[in-house]
Design a protein around this ligand. Structure first.
Ligand SMILES: Cc1cc2nc3c(=O)[nH]c(=O)nc-3n(C[C@H](O)[C@H](O)[C@H](O)COP(=O)(O)OP(=O)(O)OC[C@H]3O[C@@H](n4cnc5c(N)ncnc54)[C@H](O)[C@@H]3O)c2cc1C
Length: 457
């Protein structure tokens, strides 16, 4: 996919990838073998009919292509930009076995950006008069809401923040996922009749019990996993140590990059170390660059091969000058007598045999060194937010407070469903959407069952 020049783009927040031209897209679509048993489809968590949407691009039927995508995927313009395609659909493409797989993600983005479907592409059933509440407006919540609205349910989404979209809005930066794209997708969900109540913290503003009392027949919990994880090393309380979710929220949602035009400040530093190797780490590193940092390090205890981030983000970060410090594990954040960060003390690492996760286990090599930095950003993962889950009596949980559900998203309590990061732990946009789709089907069956039992007795 075409991109803007690194030396220019690293100074602004405009989108990095430009997308395919029409001739590129048609040529790429024509390479697709249209396999009878397409592996790409099994590689996609929502099983999009990939050969069909690609064939429509090949035939220059862009609205048709977008219509096919929308039948499976509510947010194609978003998934085309942020899905880890190399591990999913593209990773399973048969052409990739001996050569270059089809650029399925770029084609999905092309169809979404050029489909221009007027009005509602999916049919919507007549209202059935039943109300369902959705808590959280991330990809899981938006998907369950749209699917149920199409089935005739009256849906209200309750969202804690003042803007909808979940991580898409507050976490992923503008240069990767422009806000106007997210807004288009949210507007589409609203066009299905879904109501959004913002600034509404379920568990505080209103409890789940009170929602049932208001007549909601079922409740879907899609509150994500937004609580930062700590490493527990000395120096984490120094000034200018941020947790990635706070740093990114300040910039993306609260527009701290435009302080004082907007109220929220963020510290701009010259030398920044980001701890972690996932998408969150890459987003933080590239945001720090755009705020004016001269040197930005990614500090990761394994090597490039084990990094969980999307490949494209690693490549783009390197092109922009982010320095990768592999086999490096931080052990202390150093500060001066005013409590400001001055450095990051690290251990060198070596990789040993794989652990239970299948990834090679890092061990100290005995080497110790200090990176001179004036800001440290922790991007080592997020865990569940306890406000809602702890407010629901008897709700079955696992691990660090994630909701236990069956494969349809049903929790141990009748009428309460959950999906996305709050059920799986931090995962991906498309897996949250897949969970939303399955839960929508299960909620429909559940509510129909309630109606039947009310009639019979
Ligand atoms: C910085 C960053 C970059 C990422 N990059 C990628 C990427 O490139 N590709 C990819 O596939 N995945 C990426 N991910 C992961 C992906 O964004 C998540 O897996 C996905 O957003 C999870 O969706 P969700 O709907 O479960 O939750 P979320 O998107 O977290 O949404 C949950 C929503 O619930 C709201 N909420 C929380 N508590 C309450 C409450 N009590 N009442 C009401 N509302 C509440 C929150 O405010 C939030 O809006 C990234 C994550 C981060 C943090």
């Amino acid at each position: 996919m075409r991109t803007r020049k690194p030396e220019i783009r690293k100074h602004d927040f405009k989108e990095v990838s430009i997308g395919m031209t029409e001739s590129q897209a048609v040529k790429e679509a024509s390479r697709c073998l249209q396999c009878k048993k397409p592996h790409c489809v099994s590689g996609c968590p929502v099983e999009i009919n990939i050969p069909a949407f690609i064939a429509a691009i090949r035939d220059k039927d862009y609205p048709g292509s977008l219509n096919i995508l929308r039948q499976y995927n509510l947010l194609p313009a978003i998934c085309g930009r942020v899905c880890p395609q190399e591990k999913q659909c593209q990773g399973s493409c048969i052409l990739g076995k001996k050569g270059v797989p089809i650029s399925i993600g770029a084609l999905e983005r092309f169809a979404a950006d050029n489909g221009n479907v007027d009005g509602e592409p999916m049919t919507k059933k007549r209202s059935n008069g039943q109300k369902v509440a959705v808590v959280g407006s991330g990809p899981a919540g938006l998907t369950v809401a749209a699917d149920l609205a199409r089935l005739g349910y009256k849906i209200t989404i309750f969202e804690a923040l003042h803007e909808a979209g979940g991580v898409l809005t507050y976490g992923i930066p503008e240069f990767r996922l422009p806000k106007k794209i997210i807004q288009q997708e949210i507007d589409y969900v609203k066009s299905l009749g879904v109501e959004m109540r913002l600034n509404w913290v379920v568990g505080r503003t209103q409890t789940v019990e009170e929602l049932f009392e208001e007549g909601y027949k079922a409740i879907f919990i899609g509150v994500g996993a937004g609580t930062p994880k700590y490493m527990g090393i000395p120096g984490e309380n120094l000034n200018n140590v941020y947790f990635a979710s706070e740093f990114l929220t300040r910039v993306n949602l609260m527009r701290a990059d435009q302080f004082p035009k907007y109220d929220t400040p963020v510290k701009r530093a010259k030398k920044v170390a980001i701890i972690g190797g996932g998408n969150v780490a890459m987003d933080s590193a590239r945001t720090a660059l755009r705020l004016g940092a001269e040197k930005v390090y990614i500090v990761y205890r394994r090597t490039a091969d084990e990094m969980p981030s999307r490949l494209e983000e690693i490549d783009h970060a390197k092109e922009e000058g982010v320095i990768m410090k592999f086999l490096t594990s931080p052990k202390e954040i150093l500060g001066d007598d005013k409590g400001k960060v001055t450095g990051l003390k690290c251990d060198g690492m070596v990789l040993c045999e794989p652990d239970k996760s299948g990834r090679r286990r890092p061990e100290c090599s005995g080497e110790e060194f200090v990176l001179k930095v004036d800001q440290v950003i922790m991007a080592i993962g997020q865990s569940s937010n306890p406000i809602l889950v702890k407010s629901v009596k008897g709700l079955g949980l696992w691990g660090e407070g994630y909701i236990e559900v069956d494969e349809d998203g049903q929790s141990n309590l009748p009428g309460i469903f959950a999906g996305g990061d709050i059920a799986t732990g931090a995962a991906t946009v498309i897996s949250a959407m897949g969970a939303g789709k399955r839960a929508a089907r299960a909620i429909d069956v559940y509510v129909k069952g309630l109606k039947k039992s009310a009639v019979t007795g």
